[in-house]
Design a binder for this molecule. Structure first.
Ligand SMILES: Nc1ncnc2c1ncn2[C@@H]1O[C@H](COP(=O)(O)OP(=O)(O)OP(=O)(O)O)[C@@H](O)[C@H]1O
Length: 444
C-alpha cells in the first residue's frame, strides 16, 4: 500500500515554509522543505515527490527553472508556483513551462489546499492515459498519436488550452478527453457553443442572474461558470464571442469569480477553461476582432488537431468504427467498404473532416442495397479545399510558410517540454537544423 504523499515546498522565508507546511498538514501529506533551488535539486535527486510547490523568487534562481527541471527529469510530479499578485506573465510562463497550476499572493489557504488535493488526485502515468484515450480518439497516424500524447500531458495540468483545427476534426472530443483524464473528472464538463447564444443573453448564460434583474428573469438562475465549478468549461467557437463579452470573460478568468446579473456579490468559481474554434484566432487578433489579452490567457498552450486529409491512413479505422456503430444502433450486421470505396475516401478532401465521414457513411448505409458499400454509394461531392486561413495565405506566401513552420516547431517543442534534441527528432531534422530555424524564425 502507498504511504502518505510526499510534498516538496520551496521558499526562502522560513516563516512561509512553516505556514505552508501547517496549511497542508490536514491533507495528511509529509512535507520536505527547501530554501533555495540548489537544496530543492538535492531533494529531487534523493527521492521522488507526489507534488512540489515553489515560490517564484528564490535566492539562487527562479521557480520556472525548477518547473523546467521537474518537467524534464520527473515529469510525473506535478509542480505549482506561487506568483506575485496580478503577475499574469509569470503565471502564463510557468504554465507554458509545464507547471500544473499557479496560485497568486496573498495565498488563499483553502484554495491552496484544493489545488494540492487536485494534484494528488492525478491518476495515471502518461502511457496508461494514452492507452485509455486510444479507443475513443481513434487513429494510428503519427499525427493522431501525437495528439493523444499531448492530451495525456495536458490532462495533468490546469493550464488553459486552445484547441485549433478545422470543423469536424474532433476538437470537442479532445476537450472532453482532457477533462476526463485529469483530476477534475469528478466535476462537470460543460460545453458551450459561443456562436449559438444570442448576444443579449450571453452575460446571463455565462454568469447567471437574480430574479427580477431584467424582464424575463422570473427566478434566480445559475450560469455556466457555476455549472462548471470544480470541472471544465469548454468554450466552443470562442471566436464568435462579442468584444464586450470578451472583456467580461477575461475578467472572470482573471479574478476566478463571477457576479450574476442583479447581484451585489462575487461568487468564487474554480473552473478550468478549454476553448476551440475552426477560425484562426491569431489572425482575428491581428484584425482587431479578438482581444489580444483574452487570446493570451486562453492560448497558454495550443493543441492543433490535424485535418482528416492530413492523416488519410486513419480513414480505414474510422470508417470501420462508424460502420460498427451504425450497425449497433440499427441492430444489423455492419456494412463493409468495397476497395474502390476506400480508395475514393482516401482521395477525398473532407472539408468537414470526421463529422463529414460520419454523414457520408450514414447516408451510404441508408441508400446502399447490398451489404458492401461501393464508391458510387458514397456520392462524394466535388469539393475544393476549405478557404480557411490555413490554406489561403493572409499575407505573402513566404510569411505564410514561415508561420506554418513556426507552428510545427513550437508544437514539437511543447510536446517535448522544450527538449530540442527530442523536438528535432519529431520534426525529422537535425539538431543543428532546428537551431538554425529557431534563430531564423526568432524563436530563441
Ligand atoms: N479521432 C476520432 N475518433 C473517433 N471519433 C472522432 C474522432 N474525431 C472526431 N470524431 C467524431 O467526429 C464528430 C465530430 O467531432 P467534434 O464535434 O469533436 O469535432 P469539432 O472539431 O469540435 O467540430 P466543430 O468544429 O464543428 O465544433 C464527433 O461525432 C466525434 O465523436
Amino acid at each position: 500500500m502507498k504511504g502518505r504523499p510526499v510534498v516538496l515546498i520551496v521558499d526562502d522565508e522560513p516563516d512561509i515554509l512553516e505556514l505552508l507546511e501547517l496549511t497542508l498538514a490536514p491533507l495528511g501529506v509529509v512535507c520536505q522543505k527547501a530554501s533555495d533551488l540548489a537544496r530543492a535539486r538535492q531533494h529531487l535527486q534523493q527521492q521522488s515527490f507526489d507534488f512540489c510547490l515553489t515560490d517564484m523568487r528564490l535566492p539562487d534562481g527562479d521557480g520556472i527553472e525548477l518547473v523546467r527541471l521537474i518537467s524534464q527529469y520527473c515529469p510525473e510530479t506535478p509542480v505549482a508556483v506561487i506568483t506575485a499578485h496580478g503577475n499574469v506573465e509569470t503565471a502564463v510562463a510557468a504554465l507554458k513551462a509545464g507547471a500544473f497550476d499557479f496560485i497568486s499572493k496573498p495565498v488563499d489557504l483553502q484554495a491552496l489546499r484544493n489545488l494540492v488535493k487536485r494534484a494528488l488526485k492525478l491518476p495515471l502515468s502518461y502511457p496508461k492515459m494514452e492507452r485509455r484515450t486510444r479507443h475513443r480518439l481513434l487513429g494510428e497516424s503519427a499525427a493522431m498519436r501525437g495528439v493523444r500524447a499531448q492530451i495525456a500531458k495536458l490532462a495533468r495540468s490546469q493550464a488553459p488550452v486552445y484547441i485549433s483545427g478545422e470543423s469536424g476534426t474532433g476538437k470537442e472530443l479532445v476537450a472532453r478527453l482532457i477533462h476526463e483524464q485529469g483530476p477534475r473528472s469528478a466535476g462537470s464538463f460543460v460545453p458551450v457553443n459561443c456562436g449559438a447564444i444570442p448576444t443579449e443573453l450571453m452575460e446571463s448564460e455565462f454568469f447567471g442572474h437574480k430574479k427580477g434583474s431584467f424582464s424575463g428573469a422570473v427566478g434566480d438562475q445559475e450560469g455556466l461558470f457555476h455549472a462548471a465549478d470544480g470541472g471544465t468549461l469548454f468554450l466552443d467557437e470562442v471566436a464568435d464571442l462579442s468584444l464586450p463579452m470578451q472583456v467580461k470573460l477575461l475578467r472572470a478568468i482573471q479574478e476566478k469569480s463571477v457576479r450574476p446579473i442583479g447581484s451585489q456579490k462575487e461568487i468564487a468559481v474554480d473552473v478550468r477553461i478549454l476553448c476551440a474554434t475552426h477560425k484562426d484566432l491569431a489572425t482575428l487578433v491581428r484584425q482587431g476582432n479578438f482581444r489580444q489579452d483574452l487570446f493570451y490567457r486562453l492560448n497558454v498552450i495550443e493543441l492543433a488537431v490535424p485535418s482528416l486529409r492530413q492523416r488519410t491512413s486513419d480513414i480505414f479505422q474510422l470508417a470501420g468504427h462508424i460502420l460498427n456503430r451504425l450497425a449497433e444502433t440499427h441492430g444489423d450486421t455492419p456494412f463493409k467498404l468495397a476497395p474502390d470505396a476506400l480508395a475514393a475516401l482516401q482521395a477525398y478532401l473532407f472539408p468537414g473532416n470526421v463529422r463529414e465521414l460520419e454523414n457520408i457513411l450514414e447516408r451510404a448505409v441508408t441508400l446502399c442495397e447490398s451489404e458492401t458499400i461501393g464508391a458510387k454509394d458514397l456520392r462524394l461531392p466535388q469539393v475544393e479545399l476549405p478557404s480557411t486561413s490555413a490554406f489561403l495565405p493572409a499575407n505573402s506566401l513566404e510569411e505564410h510558410l514561415a508561420g506554418l513552420e513556426k507552428q510545427a516547431i513550437l508544437q514539437a517543442l511543447e510536446q517535448t517540454r522544450y527538449n530540442k534534441t527530442a523536438a528535432a527528432k519529431i520534426l525529422g531534422i537535425t539538431f543543428r537544423a532546428l537551431r538554425y530555424r529557431l534563430k531564423k524564425l526568432e524563436l530563441e
